[in-house]
Design a protein around this ligand. Structure first.
Ligand code: FES
Length: 277
């Protein structure tokens, strides 16, 4: 009986093509439709990115003055280029050229928060980078360097983007509170209020289900019994964390739904069904 190989694979040969693996020419022996999940993933992510990019640069139909509906893609709107009433935090920034989105303050951080998310990493490493595209399917890359050098070392900053995402969730919550507005002033509720508020709640759920949040809540503790409050938060975040993938996709959908709805109402294509006011 020959001894099992003990040395590491030689440089330049990794995965199923490494010297320590069986010499099988086929890239994979899987016969199922393993390529469907990565294909669906890349289509879903591409659709969101295209939609969000177009809407972020449109500068139209993002604010409904009658009901104080503001799309999350333009929040907070803090420049003189924003339409009257949409700047909930003032306009400390002057006019912006057309190539800068009005939501410029948070869009890059939200993008980095999602790009460095543990779930999205798995999704686009497989679907876009093919590293690997699926279990037991050979990747096309000759070398694997992990997240140890630029640009992927930035993935380790995810925790800091989580803190910023928390601030953005507070801003979205404030926008949701303002959307309880009647046409003639005072308290009101419309379908838009429900959509904007539902989106804010789901964004909180996604943000709090983050793996970094789970670590912040309960990580580095030697025993939970001495920290009952942190233990309680850790168990709650852990429950949410099991649905992180679902929340990642759901919130992409609710972001688009919220923006699309605000666009339709702001542009006069549909009117907002009112429950109150
Ligand atoms: Fe997904 Fe932090 S791991 S948002």
């Amino acid at each position: 009986m020959s001894a099992a190989p003990t040395s590491a694979p030689e440089t330049g040969s990794t995965g199923v093509f490494s010297k320590s693996r069986a010499a099988i020419a086929a890239r994979t022996l899987r016969t199922d439709r393993w390529w469907v999940p990565p294909l669906v993933t890349v289509l879903g992510l591409a659709a969101f990115i295209i939609y969000a990019t177009i809407r972020s640069f449109m500068r139209d139909d993002y604010w409904v003055p009658d009901y104080h509906y503001l799309t999350p893609f333009y929040s907070p709107c803090i420049s003189d280029s924003c339409v009257a009433g949409s700047s909930h935090f003032g306009t400390p920034v002057g006019e912006l050229p057309a190539w800068i989105p009005l939501g410029f303050l948070v869009l890059p951080f939200l993008l980095l928060f999602r790009l460095t998310c543990y779930y999205y990493r798995k999704a686009y490493y497989r679907a876009v980078w093919f590293s690997p595209p699926a279990c037991a399917v050979a990747e096309p890359h000759a070398k694997y360097t992990g997240e140890t050098r630029l640009p992927l070392i930035i993935q380790n900053a995810h925790r800091y983007f989580f803190y910023i995402a928390g601030i953005v969730a507070v801003i979205n919550t404030y926008d949701a509170v303002l959307s309880f507005h009647a046409k003639d002033g005072g308290f009101g509720i419309g379908l838009g209020t429900i959509i904007i508020t539902g989106n804010a709640i789901l964004l909180w759920a996604y943000t709090l289900s983050c793996h970094s949040c789970r670590h912040i809540a309960g990580g580095r503790l030697k025993n939970f019994s001495a920290h009952p409050v942190r233990y309680w938060f850790w168990t709650q975040v852990s429950k949410l964390n099991t649905r992180h993938m679902l929340l990642a996709w759901t919130t992409l959908g609710t972001l688009v739904l919220t923006d699309f709805y605000v666009m339709l109402v702001a542009g006069g294509t549909i009117s907002d069904p009112r429950i109150l006011g």
